[in-house]
Write a protein that binds this ligand. Structure first.
Ligand code: NAP
Ligand code: 8YV
Length: 316
């Protein structure tokens, strides 16, 4: 059997990575310095037939151009906004992602951010740690969630899982998207600013990329209003981050829960200084179970491809 060369932009979980090591010759682009990367490309560019990566690792067109015989890019993420998807399609390079297996964990993170932001969980922790409770100081009251209106921006797989959880918490759900969905009963808004004016919480879970860049603008945040909360588990690029920081600083919105940022892993100091935000390091899918399932999809998609079978989760 001939050797199959695979370029590793980001490794998957150890159990699944061990399977890949048994089956393929792996080239660790992720570990190589600049000279090492050049060496890999000089020696193996024309024999590399597959690439594994993630949203964080990405796959730029400049690299695709160096790999004349690549057949498949297996992405261990559901979002593929950092992969040169149009160029892959043009060159008939298959791209796979990891939908569904991460939906519940990401929806849980969205709810965790919502609850923690509105009920100010971290402020309560600080109240105890700083000794204020012990000194008989009374922590200010926070806001009730029950009965509040939540507007979901992007009612897809994760958006619907968030909606179900919101209903269980007694919240009223509506959504913004490019089209009305027949199969759901939630109210649809075709105008994002109009939805922002009519909700207490805006939850963002659209894909990143050029089409959604800056979708959550200063105007949308202003419309969300002084009692409004903003939760983002999608991509940092979807929101005008400077406008968000200004809105949080000035009280134009009340609080935010953020798992994603414009320039990860760097988070602006002004955002870190605020006490009306809850921040997470892009870890909504980061559980043993889900990351294992995402890695397994990478393994299974590569196996299907090289066996000439249908791909399990094909983007293109
Ligand atoms: P999905 O099922 O494809 O849902 C995406 C939704 O966004 C769809 O309802 C789509 O509705 C809507 N949409 C797409 N483009 C839009 C646009 N230009 N304007 C308005 N709405 C738009 O995807 P998913 O599985 O739910 O994942 C959604 C995203 O979550 C991913 O792409 C990724 O960026 C993010 N994510 C983040 C994490 C994390 O760790 N924080 C983990 C997983 C996923 P219409 O097509 O009807 O408009
Ligand atoms: C991952 C994600 O944390 O699936 C996605 O789109 O953003 C997350 O599940 C990320 O892809 C790791 O790079």
């Amino acid at each position: 059997m001939s050797v199959i060369d695979v370029l590793v932009m980001v490794p998957c979980r150890p159990e699944q990575f061990a399977l890949l090591e048994q089956r393929y010759r792996l080239h660790r682009y992720d570990l190589a310095d600049s000279a090492g990367k050049t060496h890999i490309l000089e020696q193996f560019a024309s024999s590399i037939r597959a690439v594994i990566t993630t949203h964080t690792g990405g796959f730029p067109e400049a690299l695709l151009d160096r790999l004349p015989n690549v057949e498949i890019v297996a992405v261990a993420s559901v979002g593929f906004d950092t992969v040169c998807i149009d160029a892959c399609e043009k060159r008939s390079v298959a791209v796979t992602n990891t939908p569904d297996v991460l939906t519940d964990d990401v929806a849980d993170m969205a709810l965790m951010l919502l609850l923690n932001t509105v009920r100010r969980l971290l402020n309560g922790v600080d109240w105890i740690r700083s000794g204020r409770w012990q000194r008989q100081e009374v922590m200010p009251l926070n806001t009730s969630l029950t009965g509040k209106r939540v507007g979901i921006v992007g009612l897809g797989r994760i958006g619907k899982a968030i909606a179900h959880r919101c209903e269980a918490f007694g919240l009223l759900v509506c959504y913004y998207g490019r089209r009305e969905q027949e199969a759901v009963t939630y109210a649809w808004y075709s105008d994002l600013t109009e939805m922002a004016e009519n909700v207490d919480v805006m939850m963002v879970v659209v894909p990143g990329g050029i089409q959604t860049q800056g979708l959550i603008s200063k105007k949308v945040l202003k419309a969300l209003g002084k009692d409004g909360y903003f939760i983002n588990v999608s991509r940092g690029s979807v929101v005008d981050e400077d406008a968000l920081i200004e809105a949080l600083e000035s009280g134009d919105i009340k609080g935010a829960g953020l798992d994603v940022f414009a320039n990860e892993p760097y988070v602006p100091a002004r955002l870190l200084a605020l006490d009306n935000v809850v921040l997470q390091p892009h870890c909504a899918s980061a559980t043993e179970e889900t990351r294992g399932a995402m890695s397994q999809l990478v393994v299974d998609n590569l196996a299907a491809h090289f066996a000439g079978q249908a791909l399990l989760t094909k983007v293109y």
